[in-house]
Design a protein around this ligand. Structure first.
Ligand code: NDP
Length: 315
C-alpha cells in the first residue's frame, strides 16, 4: 500500500498534529510551507520525521511538481490565512489562499488522472449563524467574512470537481478547535497567555472585543483524526466536525481565570479595537453524521480544552 501523505500547510496547528498522527499510522509524510523554521513540528518532536518543501501554492507548476514528485495517496489541503478577524484586513490574500492552491491541487489531479484522495479544510464559518440552529452538512451557506467567503468557495470547488470528474475530494466543515499550538493572534491563545501572566503577578488587563459570542470549541488533536477518517471512507463525502455544544467567549474567559482562582471581572476590559466589522454571534455544529459514519466523537469539552492550553499538554 502507498501510504504517502502530502499536507499543504504542514507548519500550522492542524498540519503539525495531523503529521504526527499520520506518522504514528505508518505514513511517509511530506508537507509544504513558506517558512524556514517549524516550531510546531519541533515541539511535537517530528521535525526530522517529515519532508517539508517550500512551495508557492498559487503556482500551478510548483504544485504540479511536488504532487508528481511525492505521488501521495492522500492530500490534505490546510494552507490558508486562517484568522476570521484578520481576513477583514487582508481580504484578498485570505480569499486567494483558500481557493487558488486548492484549485491547483484539483487541476493537477484532473490533468494527470491521479487517484489521490483530497481533503479540504472547510470551516463552520461558511454557514454563518444558521439562524441559531445546529449546523449540519445540509445547512445553507451564509458567510459573514472574507474568510468565510473563501472557505465557501473552496467547498464549491471540491463539490464541482467531485461531481464533474469523479475525483475523491471531501470537505470537513470543522468548528473552532484549539490547542497549545494555536498562534498568538487567536483570541483563545491570547486569553490563556494573558491569564497566565496575570496569575504570575502581571497587573495588565485582558483586552477583548465582543464577549457574548458563542462558539462550538473542540480540541485540535481530536479534529485531525476526523480529517484522516474522512479520507478512509469508501465514497467521498463532506462532514461537520464539532462537539455539538456551544459556549460564550465569556465562559471561556471565566474558565481560564477560575483555573487560577482569580475573579475574571477584575482583570478584563472591553475595547472597540477588537470588535469586528461583522461578528457571528452564535454557532453550534451537529456532528451526528460524523459520529455515525466516521465513528468519531469529540471527547474534550471547552473546559478540558482550556485546561490543556493552560497546562501546555496534548492529552
Ligand atoms: P494555522 O494558521 O495554524 O496554519 C495555517 C497554515 O496555512 C500554515 O501552515 C501556513 O503555512 C499556511 N498559510 C497561511 N497563510 C497562507 C497564505 N496566505 N498562503 C499560503 N499558505 C498560507 O491554521 P490551522 O492549522 O488552525 O488550520 C488549518 C486549516 O483549517 C486552515 O485552512 C484553517 O482555515 C482551517 N480551519 C481551522 C479551524 C480552527 O479552528 N483551527 C476551523 C476551521 C477551519 P506557512 O506559513 O508555513 O506557509
Amino acid at each position: 500500500m502507498n501510504n504517502r501523505a502530502l499536507i499543504f500547510g504542514i507548519s500550522g496547528q492542524d498540519g503539525s498534529y495531523l503529521a504526527k498522527l499520520l506518522i504514528s499510522k505508518g505514513y511517509k509524510v511530506y508537507g509544504t510551507s513558506r517558512k524556514e523554521k517549524f516550531s510546531n513540528l519541533e515541539l511535537l518532536g517530528i521535525a526530522n520525521s517529515v519532508n517539508v518543501m517550500n512551495v508557492d501554492i498559487e503556482s500551478y507548476e510548483q504544485v504540479n511538481s511536488i504532487i508528481l514528485a511525492v505521488n501521495p495517496s492522500e492530500i490534505y489541503y490546510l494552507a490558508s490565512q486562517s484568522s476570521v478577524g484578520l481576513s477583514f484586513d487582508i481580504p484578498s490574500e485570505t480569499i486567494k489562499s483558500c481557493i487558488l492552491g486548492l484549485l491547483n491541487v484539483l487541476e493537477v489531479c484532473r490533468k494527470n488522472q491521479l487517484v489521490t484522495k483530497i481533503y479540504n479544510a472547510g470551516s463552520s464559518e461558511c454557514f454563518g449563524d444558521n439562524n441559531g440552529k445546529p449546523i449540519t452538512e445540509n445547512s445553507i451557506f451564509l458567510p459573514k467574512s472574507p474568510y468565510a467567503i473563501g472557505k465557501a468557495s473552496s467547498h464549491w470547488l471540491i463539490q464541482t470537481y467531485r461531481e464533474s470528474y469523479s475525483i475523491f475530494a471531501c470537505t470537513g466543515f470543522l468548528f473552532n478547535h484549539e490547542s497549545r499550538l494555536r498562534p498568538d493572534r487567536f483570541v483563545t491563545k491570547k486569553i490563556i497567555s494573558t491569564v497566565k501572566r496575570i496569575a504570575e503577578g502581571s497587573d495588565e488587563m485582558l483586552k477583548l472585543g465582543q464577549m457574548n459570542i458563542y462558539r462550538d470549541w473542540g480540541f485540535a488533536p481530536e479534529y485531525v483524526d476526523a480529517m484522516w477518517r474522512i479520507l478512509q471512507q469508501d465514497e467521498a463525502d463532506d462532514f461537520v466536525i464539532a462537539t455539538g455544544k456551544s459556549s460564550s467567549l465569556q465562559d471561556f474567559v471565566v474558565t481560564a481565570f477560575e483555573a487560577f482562582d482569580l475573579d475574571w471581572s477584575k482583570h478584563v476590559t472591553q475595547s472597540q479595537e477588537f470588535f469586528r466589522p461583522n461578528e457571528l454571534l452564535y454557532s453550534v455544529g451537529d456532528p451526528s453524521k460524523a459520529e455515525k459514519k466516521l465513528n468519531w466523537k469529540a471527547e474534550k469539552t471547552m473546559t478540558d480544552v482550556v485546561r490543556c492550553m493552560i497546562d501546555n499538554v496534548d492529552l
